[in-house]
Design a protein. Structure first.
Length: 220
């Protein structure tokens, strides 16, 4: 299972990349805005810190504009940058054109299994269903992950990876692990939460206290 960081904060990428388990990074226009920094500079710095796929999102709404932006991003940024496009008919056209050129495409803002299937048919490398935003509407976002994976199971020729996005808490990640989602992208806070357990902390404390007693007794 691939673990991606969902951020445009370079320091966060540096921290999680240093753990040795970071497989990629997803950015979007809202995260870039939050960083307060220049889009391409941020993506370039991130791509130099993490060798996996780094999603950079286009903002054009027409296929021609998306392809133009995608090609420009590919030409000016490191090799591991892939292009994120929205799940619309124009996005499908752009996905087909970019993927036919060998460029990795992440189709984002997916809310139904049919959107995921059509994006896969257009050649997407990743499809990004937004779990948390479905939960926000009073439905169960995990059902969408399950539906998409069931579809993939029915059509084994599909090679597109299911990238669970809009992750809001560690349980979302655990559920994705159980269902077999290929990839999860999550904020830094959730990476930290996934590695934290009070029994790990109290266990370390106990071991250190006992070891101090061993050393004090001169038995070390
Ligand atoms: O990767 C997409 C993600 O950033 C959306 O998350 O929390 O804004 O729904 P959220």
């Amino acid at each position: 299972m691939e673990l991606f960081l969902d951020t445009a904060e370079v320091d966060e990428v540096r921290e999680i990349a240093s753990w040795g388990i970071l497989d990629g990074v997803t950015t979007n226009p809202s995260l870039i805005k939050k960083s307060g920094r220049d889009f391409k500079t941020v993506v370039e710095e991130i791509a130099n810190l993490c060798g996996g796929p780094i999603s950079a999102e286009v903002t054009a709404l027409d296929a021609e504009g998306m392809v133009k932006e995608g090609l420009d991003l590919k030409a000016s940024l490191p090799e591991n940058v892939i292009i994120k496009v929205p799940c619309t008919p124009e996005g499908l056209k752009a996905t087909k054109e970019l993927s036919d050129k060998g460029i990795g495409v992440n189709v984002t803002l997916i809310f139904t299994a049919s959107q995921a299937l059509m994006s896969a048919k257009a050649g997407a490398m990743y499809v990004s269903p937004f779990i948390g935003r479905i939960d926000d509407t009073g439905h169960n976002g995990m059902d969408l992950i399950s539906d998409i994976l069931q579809t993939w199971h029915n059509y084994p020729e599909i090679k597109t990876k299911v990238l669970a996005a809009s992750i809001r808490h560690p349980t979302h990640v655990l559920e994705c692990m159980r269902l077999g989602a290929h990839t999860v992208t999550m904020p830094t806070k959730i990476f930290r939460q996934l590695m934290k357990h009070p029994l790990t902390e109290s266990g370390i404390e106990r071991f250190l206290l006992d070891w101090a007693e061993v050393e004090n007794a001169g038995n070390a």
